[in-house]
Design a protein around this ligand. Structure first.
Ligand code: AMP
Ligand code: MN
Ligand code: MN
Ligand code: MN
Length: 300
């Protein structure tokens, strides 16, 4: 089969206004299609409310679509993101789990607002809520407000000075455990993927421990290619995937036009020897895939 089929341009990590992305789900799909993405997963933080609109637009434009989500989890006290792909978005346990995380986001946001007030910044919660526009509340929304009000020089500066781990307005949150995050995804028929493993700044030993624990609870893949890493990190992650027998995913983590890293459609291919996560649904095995739209066959 693979000798007849060329690898499609997969982007399995992206955000819309349903979480902290800048483009509405439909506009995001249009942007993906215009930039050569052939199969897109929308993976909003702790939320699946954008999937239906994105899926419908993908169908109209004739690109493939995979239901996705990016779940906020805690592993040994660290924030780790677990992407879920090709699951049933209607699964009750998944829906309930994500709803609890969104509720905790609201409580955390209130506390971030109070901390920023102590730093002399008034009205940040209201400002962040305006950016969130009734959808999930993210630190990104606080960062956009701080930038707009001239308190910081860039979004990155907002994280560096106030919102990042250990900074003055950082509030730790009781996210899902690794076991819960993976369990919700696999319980809904999907595949669990460690998002952007290079961003956690783990030592090689700690990363191996994370991958070991992740695999123990039913995790199956890692992002080997991500928009925010360099070629050496990609090579190292390909080796980690191979050693752990994990499948390889590829995603830009696109948040919109003002994001600093690689945009859509321009990701490097998976390194030689990786076992791609899309094999699961291209071969019709292992995932529920109700969110999938089959793209037109991509032949050489
Ligand atoms: P949250 O999920 O609310 O904790 O916010 C995390 C989000 O903040 C990530 O998904 C990124 O989109 C964004 N983020 C984290 N660090 C930075 C940074 N240094 N610069 C810009 N955005 C960031
Ligand atoms: Mn984000
Ligand atoms: Mn992430
Ligand atoms: Mn992301």
């Amino acid at each position: 089969m693979s000798s007849q089929l060329r690898t499609r341009n997969y982007d399995l990590h992206s955000h819309s206004t349903a979480s902290d992305g800048e483009l509405a789900p439909q506009a995001l799909v249009e942007h993906a299609a215009a930039n050569g993405v052939e199969v897109l997963a929308l993976t909003d933080h702790d939320d699946t409310s954008g999937l239906a609109a994105a899926r419908a637009r993908a169908l109209e434009l004739g690109i493939g679509f995979v239901a996705g989500v990016e779940i906020s989890a805690l592993w040994r006290g660290r924030g780790i993101h677990i992407v879920g792909l090709a699951f049933d978005p209607g699964d009750p346990a998944l829906r309930h789990g994500l709803a609890t995380l969104r509720e905790r986001r609201q409580r955390r946001g209130e506390e971030i607002g109070r901390r920023l007030e102590k730093c002399g910044i008034e009205g940040a919660l209201e400002g962040a809520r305006r950016y969130a526009n009734g959808e999930i509340l993210s630190r990104t929304h606080f960062a956009r407000h701080l930038l707009e009000q001239g308190h910081v020089k860039s979004l990155n500066d907002a994280f560096r000075r106030y919102l990042g781990d250990g900074k003055r307005a950082h509030v730790s949150c009781q996210w899902a455990t690794l076991e819960e995050a993976v369990g919700w995804i696999t319980g809904a028929g999907g595949v669990a993927v460690v998002a952007h493993p290079a961003r956690y700044k783990l030592t090689a030993t700690k990363l191996r421990e994370l991958l070991y624990d992740f695999r123990e609870v039913g995790g199956a893949a890692i992002e080997v290619v991500s928009g925010s890493q360099d070629v050496n990190q990609t090579r190292a992650l390909a080796e980690h995937a191979r050693r752990f027998g994990l499948l390889a995913s590829r995603g830009s983590d696109y948040h919109g036009p003002s994001q600093p890293w690689i945009g859509m459609g321009r990701l490097p291919p998976l390194p030689e020897g990786c076992d791609p996560v899309w094999r699961l649904w291209e071969e019709g095995t292992g995932v529920a895939s109700p969110g999938l739209i089959e793209a037109p066959a991509a032949t050489i």
